[in-house]
Design a binder for this molecule. Sequence first.
Ligand code: FES
Length: 373
Amino acid sequence: MSAHNDSAHNEPEPVDLSDPKLSRFEVYKEGLRRDDIEIIHYEPRFAKPGTKAEKRMERIVGGLFLFSGLFATLFVVAYIWWPWEYEGAATWRDPQTWYTPILGTTLGLSLLLFAVGVLTWAKKLLPVEELVQDRHDGGSSPEDRRIAEATVDGLVEDMGLKRRPFLVKAALLGAAPLGLAAVAPLGALLKDPGDMLTVTGWNAEKYNDGDPVQVMMRDGALVRPDMVSVGGQITVYPALDHGATNQFPTSPVLLIHLRAADAEILRGNLYPMYQDVDALWGNFVAYSKICTHVGCPTSLYEQQSQRLLCPCHQSQFNVVDNAAPIFGPATRHLPILPLDVDDDGVFIAKSDFLVPPGPAFWNRPSLPEEDEK
Ligand code: FES
């Protein structure tokens, strides 16, 4: 098809659409004219179809789609088979260290290559077309529908879907694994998480032969009351092997030494379930550090306003009211870890959390006290 050039001063004459000799382009152009669309410039990207240059560009675009499919396939394979579970502190030599980077790299490359393929197809193979269109309202007459059909047919022809079967197959081969990569993560829903979401490292029966789990700092030092000054807070972990690692991702706790007046307010506000187990020790309270929105560490403690802030999406929790959410997207309070001090003067957990810490999940046990406030 040769180049077509029109200008505003040279408006095309109306044509008779019942004329069987009309070419597709003439019908298409008439449609544009009726919609007050002006063709400024229209020119096929390649003057002659099937040239070497066109074939080369087809191979490039097809290659982009095929590589996109390859990386999407690698993503699915890695997602299913690459080892990812925690097995002690990992170094860069351990395969689980590479799980997330591999997923990100393969999926990212797949999406990028597919997008570049689509853009290259549009920029390098579709005709160069410049149109100016006025918007208007109105229904579609039978003639308009014929015009629309011709337009769609023209688009299919311009894209060369019939002439370029290799490109179509390459796009499908690239898109199919990409679609699979999009739905593959749903497969994780099939796996029963067991008690992973409800039992933490503070559970004495499961992790410490029934003995209450002591409280330690990240470096393993056991925590005693005199180690936290009034108004201060530290992050603590269950004193178990790997207790401060990802082996116990839902266990980190913020141990806060409240001022006496603030502790008094909290005692007055405590949910009955926490009163029943006497969850505070002296003026100390231990809140789960895992934000109930999507699990970031809620670690910014404002002593003056008695708020805990989550830096991810700015949820705020009221420290003197059971860490109830008072601002931001979180809707559940941070659970309290019931505290005590053992004969050695070290903090211990009286029990596991009474409510599972962290973000909600569909069968999360709910306690009536939670809904009261
Ligand atoms: S994860 Fe804390 S506010 Fe979103």
